[in-house]
Design a protein around this ligand. Structure first.
Ligand SMILES: NC(=O)c1ccc[n+]([C@@H]2O[C@H](COP(=O)([O-])OP(=O)(O)OC[C@H]3O[C@@H](n4cnc5c(N)ncnc54)[C@H](OP(=O)(O)O)[C@@H]3O)[C@@H](O)[C@H]2O)c1
Length: 239
């Protein structure tokens, strides 16, 4: 049975979001791809897949933008079965350490990456609640968001943002507790060549990573008891 899937941050053709859009379309699902600005490669997919693909403009840093996108989508779709919060933002100082990084960049990274995902979940919750299956929310996190496994001195804003996203996930696990109509996880998606560069040493292309995640997500839909922070290989990862 085909499902309705929404993926945020899908406007970069070499990125994970775009490639998840492609994988779900290839699997026959109806896909909502959210972007901040029009994307030529998504328009090409639209030409090929027609009504199976909806492109929605949404800035997850703006509650107004997210609410407007949810209202627009509710006029087109009766429900959402899967929401993948993939969009992320990092500061120009991401690679710098504590003494060199401009700390004033951190709040925006956290706002987009963690609060942004929460804005999306809140605004699209009514559509998720109308799913005829257990609606699933997958927050794309990172091993860099694990506090207990932290070994870096850089990626301060990114690590803080993903740790905050993990905390948001656990808060929502508690909020939805006892409600078997909705389920939520945070996922480390693997090490991926999301920059599309062939000399990137990461083992997975975005297209390969997207299919691993697609299959994993279906496996987790009705798992209400397992650990909430998992890897693309379905291993529990420590918070
Ligand atoms: N690559 C890896 O090995 C790896 C490892 C662990 C986790 N991850 C996670 O995997 C996911 C995908 O990675 P990626 O490199 O493909 O991501 P990315 O390209 O850096 O970001 C994905 C999208 O987020 C969008 N975005 C940024 N700010 C936004 C905003 N305010 N509102 C809406 N969208 C916004 C960007 O849109 P624009 O195109 O408009 O800028 C971009 O297309 C991310 O969550 C990343 O943290 C990746």
């Amino acid at each position: 049975m085909s499902q309705n899937v929404m993926i945020t941050g899908a406007g970069k053709a070499v990125g994970l979001g775009f490639n998840m859009v492609l994988r779900y379309l290839e699997a026959g699902d109806n896909v909502v791809a959210t972007v901040r600005k029009p994307c030529a490669e998504l328009e090409e997919l639209k030409t090929k897949y027609g009504n199976k693909l909806t492109i929605l403009i949404m800035d997850i840093g703006s509650t107004e933008s997210v609410q407007a996108a949810a209202e627009e989508l509710s006029k087109k779709l009766s429900n959402l079965d899967l929401l993948i919060n993939n969009a992320v933002s990092v500061s120009p100082d991401c690679d710098k350490g504590f003494f060199d990084a401009n700390l004033d960049y951190i709040a925006q990274t956290v706002d987009i990456t963690a609060v942004g995902a929460m804005r999306v979940i809140k605004a699209f919750y009514p559509l998720l609640k109308k799913s005829e299956m257990t609606a699933l929310i997958m927050n794309i996190s990172s091993e860099a968001g694990s506090i207990s496994k932290c070994y870096r001195t850089n990626l301060i804003d990114y690590g803080m943002a993903k740790a905050a996203l993990n905390m948001a996930t656990m808060n929502l696990v508690n909020t939805f507790k006892g409600d078997k109509s909705i389920n939520i996880f945070c996922v480390h998606p693997g090490w991926i060549r999301t920059d599309g560069k062939p000399d990137n040493p990461a083992p997975l292309s975005s297209y390969e990573a997207a299919e691993i995640l697609r299959l994993l997500f279906e496996k987790k839909r009705n798992d209400f008891d397992g650990h909430r922070f998992i890897t693309n290989l379905d291993e529990d990862y420590p918070f």
